[in-house]
Design a protein around this ligand. Structure first.
Ligand code: DC
Length: 260
């Protein structure tokens, strides 16, 4: 599994953005909760002019619909009607509903995501998005848990984002404080640990780094630094052929990375 050998890079020049658009890359960003994968994926999509899909929002939508009809997210028979409704109404508005972000929905999403039927029902939507992204965009960036391993095993470039659980809990706690939560830091930390454990140990498509994923540890990195590291890898791997700005290039045209 490659691991990133950090180095500083300049902003991606405009001509490189153009080449990335032409290449229509599929970029996957997996990792545990609050690792920074969503922030990185969104920023990558913005930078490259790609479409972005937060696949966690799909599971969150099914979870919220299950709770709304009074169902137990742990029981597939309760989840089935909600899944049916969501699969017929998957819209960008639905997926960006802020109510999907509550701690209750987070835990419920982790539970519905363990049902193989739920994963199967949402698979094609994600693959279609990756291969035919909506709008006049180049490629697609998808973030989640199993995007590099199951949804898009043939993606052009895969990232797996990690950070210590304490750092992730701090980030999530700060977000929740902004939203005026009465949860304590300890509760947030416990919630994350529970969700990590469930997501990583479920039988189907657990949280896992693909063998060919670049592992980025964001502990101590801010979002801008994380973005630059990811851009650096993409640039080294895909954009160098058309790069005529004289910027630093790896000698062999391969990513600046070392095998673990
Ligand atoms: O990324 P997130 O925290 O919004 O995801 C919410 C839940 O959805 C997460 O606990 C596990 C599940 N999930 C998944 O199983 N597979 C994905 N590709 C994305 C999310």
């Amino acid at each position: 599994m490659p691991v990133v050998n950090f180095r500083k890079t300049d902003f991606l020049p405009a001509q490189e953005q153009g080449s990335a658009l032409q290449k229509k890359l599929i970029i996957t960003v997996d990792g545990p909760a609050a690792s920074g994968k969503g922030t990185l994926a969104k920023k990558l999509a913005d930078r490259l002019g790609y479409a972005y899909l937060d696949t966690g929002a799909l599971y969150r939508a099914v979870a919220m619909a299950t709770l709304e009809i009074g169902g137990d997210p742990g029981y597939m028979q309760d989840v089935a009607p909600a899944l049916d409704i969501i699969c017929r109404n998957l819209t960008p508005e639905l997926l960006s509903n802020p109510s999907l972000r509550t701690p209750e929905v987070s835990q419920a999403a982790s539970k519905v995501a363990a049902h193989p039927q739920v994963r199967q029902a949402l698979l094609q939507y994600q693959r279609d998005f990756a291969h035919k992204p909506p709008g006049l965009v180049g490629g697609a960036v998808l973030d989640g848990r199993d995007i590099g391993t199951v949804v898009c095993p043939d993606a052009d470039i895969k990232f797996f984002i990690t950070a210590s659980v304490e750092e992730r809990a701090k980030r999530r706690y700060a977000e929740l404080c902004d939203a005026r939560t009465d949860m304590t830091f300890e509760t947030v930390l416990d919630d994350l640990k529970t969700r990590d454990q469930r997501d990583a140990t479920r039988a189907v498509a657990p949280t896992l780094a693909a063998e060919d994923a670049y592992i980025l540890d964001t502990t101590g990195l801010n979002p801008a630094e994380t973005l630059e590291e990811a851009i650096s890898i993409i640039r080294a791997r895909f954009l160098s052929e058309t790069n005529d700005n004289g910027g630093a290039q790896p000698a062999n045209g391969k990513p600046t990375a070392t095998a673990v």
